[in-house]
Design a protein around this ligand. Structure first.
Ligand code: FES
Length: 77
């Protein structure tokens, strides 16, 4: 996944938030609310999007049709 100039990759961990996996790996991505409202955790999923939950209502509302994800809302499956 990519956020600005930060690119991070890690193995799939079922049931874990993308944000938590990134932080666990020491990726310095931005986040704030963890509720899907601020948009600070918006990331581009470069590969492996098939391993993520479907976009939830918060992501659809915040991101529209953009091919991005909110790391605090996307869960690995
Ligand atoms: S941290 Fe605010 S939307 Fe994810």
């Amino acid at each position: 996944m990519r956020q600005g100039t930060v690119t991070c990759s890690f193995p799939v961990q079922t049931g874990v938030l993308l944000l938590d996996a990134a932080l666990e790996r020491g990726c310095g991505i931005q986040y704030k609310c963890r509720k899907g409202t601020c948009g600070a955790c918006t990331v581009d999923v470069v590969s492996g999007s098939e391993h993520l939950s479907a976009r939830n209502r918060a992501e659809q509302k915040k991101l529209g049709a953009a091919a991005k994800r909110l790391a605090c809302q996307a869960v690995m499956k």
